[in-house]
Design a protein around this ligand. Structure first.
Ligand SMILES: C[S@@+](CC[C@H](N)C(=O)[O-])C[C@H]1O[C@@H](n2cnc3c(N)ncnc32)[C@H](O)[C@@H]1O
Ligand code: SF4
Length: 350
């Protein structure tokens, strides 16, 4: 038997929990640090310029390595995988990886977050590979504001076409992620909702977050979800819905007229660290236990040095068991701390 397969099946009672008793349920895998957009809130052009040194191909985990890690994480309790980046659809042959991930024992759900530019091209292939769901980022329908928020790349029409292809391919549900910035796109959000209401597409508004260190985050640009919900409620009354599961990130609301639902992701105004069961792997194989982490634990080194699954499992279990992150809850007191070199979002994945 392959030594790497030699791992003792774990019972639910032995699955790792962290110091705050949080299990590990979700794994976000950044498959690509590059992106075809330069959203100023994520990859501002002045930092991610033409001479920026992205990872070389051999520095990124290859598909066999990603698959192995996903399998080990599944044994630690992970049931849901989200493929992200950078822009994941820039990773060559991504559908092959998705096909393999969807057949892993213990994995119940594989989802993808994309800026949608390449979705028209890949939607059918993604569905055929077994992808369950897709999230498309779209901040506004206004072409000029879109250009400002994408760093001048792509266009509304292409993203909407991508969403349409995803719908026709049968990827469901389709969610739209909208980062909200005061004075930038917040006055265009009712138009965005008017477009998607009644189509089955679920729009989720994300409070602008202080991920990384390069996006010049300014709390004055954050529109608290409560304020946005009140604005929406004035136009189309909405009602909060029950959470579907512990650790659900978005607070769901339904339109009272039956035209579907929307979500609010309020990491700044209502931190949800208490239920956070998400682990992350960066494109070069570092393991992060928080989106706002300053340090990751290298898994690529041990993988390439021949570690067994059991050794990788023990490494992951040890890191998770020692986890105490709750950055969003501590944000106010931690900001400005000199040594806060938070990892960038394109690298760790959103
Ligand atoms: C980092 S992106 C990666 C996947 C893909 N490129 C995309 O844009 O969907 C994942 C998600 O993070 C969101 N995001 C990036 N920077 C953010 C920030 N500073 N605050 C809130 N959300 C952010 C994006 O809007 C996107 O929905
Ligand atoms: S949010 Fe997504 S599309 Fe925008 S720069 Fe970041 S990785 Fe690229």
């Amino acid at each position: 038997m392959d030594k790497r397969e030699n791992i003792v099946p774990l019972t639910a009672g032995r699955l790792p929990v962290d110091t705050l008793r949080r299990p590990i349920h979700d794994l976000r895998i950044s498959v690509m640090d590059r992106c075809n957009f330069r959203c100023p809130y994520c990859m501002p052009r002045e930092t991610f310029h033409e001479a920026y040194r992205f990872l070389k191909t051999n520095e990124r985990l290859d598909f066999a390595e990603l698959l192995r890690l996903a399998r080990v994480f599944a044994r630690a309790g992970v049931k849901k995988l989200r493929i992200t980046g950078g822009e994941p659809l820039l990773r060559p042959n991504l559908c092959d990886l998705i096909g393999d991930l969807t057949s892993l024992p213990g994995i119940e759900d594989v989802a993808l977050t994309t800026n949608g530019m390449l979705l028209a091209k890949y939607a059918t292939e993604l569905k055929a590979a077994g992808l369950s769901r897709i999230t498309v980022s779209l901040d506004t329908l206004d072409p000029e504001i879109f250009a400002r928020m994408s760093g001048g790349f792509g266009g509304v029409a292409e993203v909407l076409e991508g969403i349409e292809h995803a719908r026709r391919a049968g990827l469901a549900p389709i969610k739209v992620n909208t980062v909200v910035q005061r004075g930038v796109n917040d006055h265009t959000l009712l138009d965005l909702l008017a477009y998607f209401r009644g189509t089955g597409v679920i729009v989720r508004f994300i409070e602008y977050m202080d991920v990384g260190t390069r996006n010049h985050w300014n709390p004055a640009l954050v529109v608290p979800s409560k304020e946005l919900a009140a604005r929406i409620h004035e136009r189309w009354p909405i009602q909060p819905r029950e959470r579907e599961y512990r650790g659900e990130v978005a607070e769901r609301h339904a339109f009272e007229d039956g035209m579907g639902e929307i979500g609010f992701i309020s990491s700044v105004s209502q931190p949800f660290c208490g239920d956070c069961s998400r682990a992350r792997i960066s494109s070069d194989g570092s393991f992060y236990t928080c989106l706002f982490a300053t340090h990751g634990v290298d898994l690529r080194g041990p993988l390439r040095a021949g570690a067994t699954d059991e050794e990788l499992y023990e490494l992951i279990r040890g890191v998770w068991s020692g986890r105490s992150d709750r950055y969003s809850e501590l944000r106010a007191s931690m900001r400005g701390t000199a040594d806060l070199h938070k990892v960038e979002m394109n690298y760790i994945g959103g």
